[in-house]
Write a protein that binds this ligand. Structure first.
Ligand SMILES: Cc1cc2nc3c(=O)[nH]c(=O)nc-3n(C[C@H](O)[C@H](O)[C@H](O)COP(=O)(O)OP(=O)(O)OC[C@H]3O[C@@H](n4cnc5c(N)ncnc54)[C@H](O)[C@@H]3O)c2cc1C
Length: 437
């Protein structure tokens, strides 16, 4: 009997996995695979912590599969070439996977689907990464929403549209384990090592998948204060699908609506990237491409290294550089500072975050940077400029966060501000204004 293949990508789990569920439910035995994509990996630094994270998650999936008498086959190369060799070596009739909405992934999948089609192999893909995709939540004229609040309203209404076992149909779990006996029986496959792919093992500590319930219960009160451990730190797990968005949305619905709202932001930006892929190259609102950005190497490096003389900005950048994480409130402040106070192009900051953030996600990162620079979907006008000092007074008034990351703050050795706030604010306003005139 020919095999079906399940192709893991950004859905690294065996439980409640839509594509895997559909693969296991059909008759052909299922072989699981993962492809380390050389096209992506070649652009990453050799100590990239995310590669270690993916690698370790795959090893744990592999050992789970081995305990079920099956295995995970890992490949390393250009996905199209890898698929060509799989087709030659194996008797495959169907491929299953979950959809990915990034432009590179859509293009890759189109090519893989064509290749499979030529070989009479079906390519079956499913929604798993987000709750609603495409036109499931759209305006009454069928066009995608470009403003968050009405998107959120419709998103919540859609959730209530179909109720299944007292739960929204859209949040229902896919019980993969019921069909685990349909994994192909195979011997343990050899594994590729990190060093074979040119990577070193990272020593960064990854956030846990398990979040204390009290964090979610108090999320609305605590989430804005970077000195408090008040957010889930689940970003990396959502990014690589090591947790199920449906499960977390069910919990959010029961425990905290503000937390749910953040998960809706995630859906919103995924939908924006899918419908408006130009956001990866230019402003969401193209007229903002006319802004005359500055570039000053020293100022940019001061921002990267956390040496701007604005302690909340510096604390955020140092947290990022040390841990691969930065609190959301501080992400907004540092992004506003780079684009508005220093008037540097948002893509510089976007790329820096893409390199450093453990939870880097193209859709949310692009959305966050364009929101902060005023070039994106946000309905707020560009002339709302964060004052880093008043943000600090409001959100870190006892300097808890700042003292943790900028211990020299308040001493002679702390740097002087690289730009004066009032001057920067006026320069920003006049530059944006003349671009939009
Ligand atoms: C400039 C900038 C860049 C950002 N880059 C990214 C990125 O690359 N990847 C990323 O996942 N988020 C990004 N965000 C959004 C947000 O800052 C992070 O999702 C959040 O800080 C992650 O921490 P957490 O897991 O503790 O989040 P929590 O506050 O516990 O939220 C739970 C989850 O909701 C989602 N979420 C929360 N806020 C947002 C938001 N504003 N937009 C989209 N999803 C959200 C995330 O999946 C997050 O893990 C960015 C925000 C800004 C302002």
């Amino acid at each position: 009997m020919k095999n079906a293949i399940f192709w893991f990508r950004r859905d690294l789990r065996l439980a409640d996995n839509a594509g895997l569920f559909h693969a296991l439910k059909q008759n052909n035995p299922v072989q699981c695979i993962f492809i380390f994509d050389k096209v992506i990996l070649d652009k990453l630094p050799k100590n990239d912590a995310r590669v270690t994270f993916i690698y370790d998650e795959l090893l744990s999936i592999k050992s789970e599969l081995e305990s079920l008498g099956s295995t995970l086959e890992m490949y390393y190369g250009n996905p199209i070439e890898v698929w060509k060799s799989i087709i030659q070596e194996k008797e495959v009739c169907k491929v299953f996977t979950n959809r990915d909405y990034e432009p590179y992934a859509k293009d890759r999948d189109k090519k893989v689907a064509e290749l499979l089609d030529k070989n009479n192999i079906s390519f079956n893909h499913f929604k798993d990464h987000i709750i609603f995709e495409g036109n499931e939540v759209c305006k009454s004229d069928g066009l995608p929403y470009t403003v968050f609040t009405p998107f959120k309203k419709k998103w919540i209404a859609k959730l209530d549209e179909k109720i299944w076992n007292k739960n929204s149909y859209f949040l229902t779990e896919y019980p993969c384990e019921k069909y685990f006996d349909n994994f192909v029986k195979s011997h343990s496959a050899s594994k590729i090592s990190l060093s074979e792919m040119g990577f070193e093992r990272s020593t960064i500590k990854f956030p846990s998948k398990i979040v204390a319930q009290k964090i979610i219960l108090k999320y609305d009160e605590q989430r804005n204060f970077p000195g408090i451990d008040g957010t889930s730190k689940l970003g990396i797990h959502f990014r690589f699908g090591t947790i199920s968005i449906r499960e977390k949305a069910r919990k959010a619905l029961a425990l905290n609506q503000v937390f749910l709202s953040e998960l809706i932001w995630r859906d919103f930006y995924a939908q924006i990237l899918d419908a408006f892929p130009h956001v990866t190259k230019g402003a969401f609102r193209p007229k903002y491409d006319k802004v005359e950005w500055r570039f000053d190497e020293q100022e940019y490096m001061a921002w990267c290294e956390g040496k701007t003389g604005y302690p909340i900005v510096d604390a955020g950048m140092r947290e990022l550089n040390t841990t691969g994480y930065m609190h959301n409130r501080v992400r907004m402040i540092v992004a506003s500072f780079l684009t508005k106070h220093l008037l540097h192009h948002w893509s510089l900051g976007e790329n820096y975050f893409a390199e450093k953030l453990l939870d880097f996600d193209l859709a949310s990162n692009s959305g966050g940077w364009q929101w902060a620079s005023g070039t994106g979907t946000d309905a707020a006008p560009y002339f709302r400029i964060f004052n880093p000092t008043s943000q600090q007074t409001k959100f870190d008034k006892d300097f808890v966060y700042i003292k943790k990351w900028v211990p020299e703050y308040g001493t002679e050795s702390y740097v002087k501000p690289i730009v004066e706030h009032k001057f920067a604010r006026e320069r920003c306003l006049s530059t944006y204004k003349s671009a939009l005139a």
